[in-house]
Design a protein around this ligand. Sequence first.
Ligand SMILES: [Zn+2]
Length: 415
Amino acid sequence: MEFNLFTLVFLIATFAYVITLLWLNVRQDKSVANSFNKVPDEFGEKITLEDHQKAAEYTQAKLKVNHFEVMFSTLVLLVWTLGGGLNWLDNAWQAQAFDILDTGVFFIISLMMIGSVIDLPFSIYRTFVLEQKFGFNKTTLATFIGDLFKGLILMLIIGLPLIYAILYLMGVMGEYWWAYVWLVLTGFSLLMFWLYPTYIAPIFNKFKPLDNLALKDKIDNLLTRTGFKSDGVFVMDGSKRSSHGNAYFTGIGKNKRIVFFDTLLKGMEDQEVEAILAHELGHFHHKHIRKHMITSFTISLLGLALLGYLINQPWFFHGLGVETMSNHTALILFTLVMPVFSFFIAPISNALSRKHEFEADAFAAKHTNADDLVSSLVKLYRDNASTLTPDRLYSAFHDSHPSASIRINELKRHA
Ligand SMILES: [Zn+2]
C-alpha cells in the first residue's frame, strides 16, 4: 500500500462525509427531542400527543441505527480500499488464471455477494426489531427469505449479463469505451423502467385493479379531466411487508401505472384518495419522471467520462490500495468511493425533488380539493409516524418531500 496525495484527498473527503452526516443526525435528534412534549399548533386538533410522541421516538430510533450504519459502512469502505480488501480479492481471482473478462465478472459478483452478507444484519434489525417495535412490521420470516432469494435470482438473470456487457465494452472499445457503456446503461435503465411495473414489481407483490366502484367512478372522471392515459390504477398488497402506507407513479410509455398501497387506502375517505391520485397525476402532468431520468442520465455520462480519465491514472488505483490497474477494479473503486465525493449533491437533487412535490400539490389543489389533500397528508404523517418537527438543515439535506408544516401551509394557500 502506497500513500499518495490522492489517499489524503480521499481521507479528507471521507472525514467530511461522515462528520456532515453524523452532525445532521444530531441536529435532527435535538429538533425532535425539543418538541417532544408539544404537538405543533397547526396539527393540534388532528394529531394526538401520543401519536406525536410515537413519531418522535420512531424518528430517534431510526436515527440511532443510521448513526451506527454511517460509521460502520465507512469502516467497511476503508477496509476495502486502504485496508487492502479489494486488492486481496483481486489477487485471489487473478490467481485462478481465468481470462481477464471472467476474472472481472467473478471479482464483481463475489464483491456484491459479500456486500449483501454484510448488509443482512442491518436489514434483519430494521425489519424484525425496529419496525416490529413500533408496530409497522408485517414481514414474516418466509417473506423475508423469499425476498432475499428473488433478489439474488434477479441479480443473476439481469445483473450478470449487464456486468459482462460493461466489462466487455471496457475491454474492446478503446479510448471512448465510456460512451458505449453509457449507451448500454441508458438503454438498460429505460428497459427496466418499462419492464418494472408489469414484470418485476409483481414478482414481489400482488397488484389488483381498484375495486371500490364509487371511488373508481371518481377516479375515471379525474383521469379523463386531466387527460391521463395509462395501464390503470392499481392496489398493491403493501400490507404483506409493512403497515406503512404510500402511493407512487411508475413506468414509462404505455406501461405506466399509479399504485396505491392497500395500507394507504385503509382509513382514507374517497375524496382523500382522489386528492392523492391527483397529486400523482401532477407528477405526470409536469413530466417529473422524464426530467428526473434526463438528469440522472446526464450525471451518469459525466461520471463515466470521469472514470474514462481515472482508469489511466496509476495514482487513482495505488492511492486507494489497489496494485493492479484493471477495468474491473477501476469500476468498483469508482462505485465505492464516489459517494464520499458526491454526497454534497444530495441537497441539490432533494431541493429539486421538493420543488416537484410542490408542483404536484398545486396540480392536485387545482383539480381536486386542497383540504382533502391536507387531511390525507395528516393521516399519512400520523399513520407512518413521520416527524412533524424536523431540523431545517437535516430536512434540506435529506428530504425528498417538503416537511409537514411547510407543505401544508403551502397547500392552504391554494384552498
Ligand atoms: Zn409526490
